[in-house]
Design a protein around this ligand. Structure first.
Ligand code: SF4
Length: 384
C-alpha cells in the first residue's frame, strides 16, 4: 500500500430511507447488526492476518461510513481499533472519523467512540428547517442536531464536520442562509456542501417522474453556492476541494487520500478498495457478505484493473477537484505516461490557461475559483 493509505468500513444500516439517497443502505434488526459487526472484524482479521498486515506501512486514517454508523453497538469501534492495533503501530495522529445521524446519536455511543479513539465526527445535518428535513425524509429534528453537537462536546469531541444540501425542492435562498448561520453557531471545523442531484431509484426520482417535484432553478443553486463560499471564506474556512471547506488544519485526511488517488481498503458489503490500478468492490448484499465470511468462503466481489492511462485520468480529475490542483510531471512519472499523452495534456492546459479557466505554472494545473462550477466541462477537455 502507498503511504497515507486509509481504511473504510461500510455499515449499510439506516433507520429509514431518505428520499434523495441512492447509497447502499437498508433497515436491520439489532441481531443482524451484531452479526455484521462480527463479520467485519473477521474480515479485517482475514485480510490483515494473511496479506497486508505485516508488510504494509501503517494506515493513516479510518472512516466509519454508511448507512448510519451511529446505529451500531457503541463497543464496535473499540473492538475494531484493538484489532487494528494488533497488526499496526497506529500513528499518534491516526484520524478516526465516524459518520453519524443526529437522531441516532446516544450518550453511550458518543462515550464509547471517544474512548476508543474517534477524533472526528461527521454529522449529516442537510438542513435546519423542519419542513425541509421532513421533505428529505431525514429521521431527525433540528433540535436533535444541536443536542448531538452539545453532547459530543461534553465528551471532549470538538472536531465536527457537517454535511449540508442546497438546491432542495422548496428551499429558498433565505432557508439556505439561515441554515448556514445556524450551522456556524455550532462552530464546526469542516463543512461539506452538496448540490442536490436527483438520483435514479430514489423516492425523489419517482416524484420527479410524476411531476411532483418542484426543482430549484440552476440560477438559484448558483446563487446559494456563491453565497456560501463568500460567507464561509469570511469565517476563515478554506475551500480545499470543490465541495469541502475546512478551518486551517482540519481538512479530512481520509478524503484527501481519495482525491490524491491514494490506496485504501474497504470492509463491509458494498465497500470499495483500491491498490494501484486494481479496484474491487465487495458485493452489495449484506446477508451474503456475512454468510461468506462466517463460512470462510471467498466474499463475492467485482474487480476491475484499470489501464495506466485510465488511472492517470482519474488522478487528473480527482486532482482538479482539489484547490492545490495536480502536477502533470508527477502523473507522467507515476503512471509512466507516453510523451504523446503528456504533450496533449500540456497543450490543453495552455489553452485553458489562456482562456482564463485554470492556473498553469511549472507543469502544475489547478482550477480557478471562478471555474469550479464548470469543473465537469473543463475535465472533459482532457479526455484523450
Ligand atoms: S441516513 Fe444517509 S445513508 Fe441513510 S438513507 Fe439517509 S442519506 Fe442515505
Amino acid at each position: 500500500m502507498k503511504p497515507n493509505w486509509g481504511i473504510y468500513i461500510h455499515l449499510p444500516f439506516c433507520q429509514s430511507k431518505c428520499y434523495y439517497c441512492d447509497f447502499y443502505s437498508h433497515r436491520s434488526t439489532e441481531a443482524e447488526r451484531a452479526r455484521y459487526e462480527r463479520a467485519i472484524l473477521l474480515h479485517v482479521e482475514r485480510v490483515f492476518g494473511q496479506s497486508y498486515g505485516r508488510k504494509s506501512p501503517s494506515p493513516s486514517t479510518l472512516f466509519l461510513g454508511g448507512g448510519t454508523p451511529s446505529l451500531m453497538d457503541p463497543s464496535f469501534l473499540d473492538r475494531l481499533m484493538k484489532l487494528l492495533r494488533s497488526y499496526f503501530q497506529l500513528p499518534l495522529d491516526f484520524e478516526v472519523t465516524v459518520e453519524a445521524n443526529p437522531g441516532t446519536l446516544t450518550e453511550e455511543s458518543l462515550y464509547g467512540w471517544v474512548k476508543a479513539g474517534c477524533n472526528r465526527l461527521s454529522l449529516g445535518l442537510q438542513a435546519f428547517q423542519p419542513r425541509l428535513l421532513r421533505y428529505l425524509g431525514r429521521p431527525h429534528s433540528s433540535e436533535e442536531i444541536v443536542k448531538a453537537v452539545e453532547s459530543a462536546r461534553e465528551k471532549g469531541l470538538d472536531n465536527f464536520s457537517f454535511d449540508l444540501i442546497y438546491g432542495i425542492p422548496g428551499q429558498n435562498p433565505e432557508d439556505w442562509l439561515s441554515t448556514l448561520e445556524k450551522v456556524l453557531e455550532l462552530h464546526p471545523k469542516h463543512l461539506s456542501l452538496y448540490n442536490l442531484k436527483i438520483e435514479e431509484g430514489t423516492m425523489f426520482s419517482r416524484w420527479q417522474e410524476k411531476g411532483l417535484l418542484e426543482v430549484v432553478s440552476e440560477e438559484i443553486e448558483v446563487l446559494m453556492y456563491e453565497k456560501a463560499v463568500t460567507i464561509l471564506e469570511k469565517k476563515g474556512f478554506r475551500q480545499y476541494e470543490l465541495s469541502n471547506f475546512a478551518l486551517p488544519g482540519y481538512e479530512c485526511r481520509h478524503n484527501m487520500n481519495y482525491w490524491q488517488r491514494g490506496d485504501y481498503l474497504g470492509f463491509g458489503s458494498g465497500a470499495v478498495s483500491m491498490e494501484g490500478l486494481r479496484r474491487w468492490t465487495w458485493l452489495q448484499d449484506s446477508k451474503r457478505y456475512v454468510e461468506a465470511i462466517e463460512k470462510g468462503q471467498p466474499i463475492p466481489m467485482e474487480e476491475e484493473i484499470v489501464t495506466a492511462l485510465e488511472g492517470a485520468e482519474e488522478a487528473l480529475f480527482l486532482g482538479l477537484r482539489r484547490r492545490e490542483g495536480v502536477d502533470l510531471t508527477l502523473l507522467e512519472h507515476d503512471f509512466n505516461l507516453s510523451t504523446e499523452v503528456v504533450q496533449q495534456w500540456k497543450k490543453i492546459s495552455s489553452q485553458l490557461h489562456q482562456q482564463g479557466w485554470i492556473a498553469y505554472e511549472q507543469e502544475k494545473i489547478a482550477l480557478l475559483p471562478k471555474s469550479y462550477l464548470l469543473s465537469n466541462e473543463i475535465m472533459k477537455r482532457y479526455l484523450v
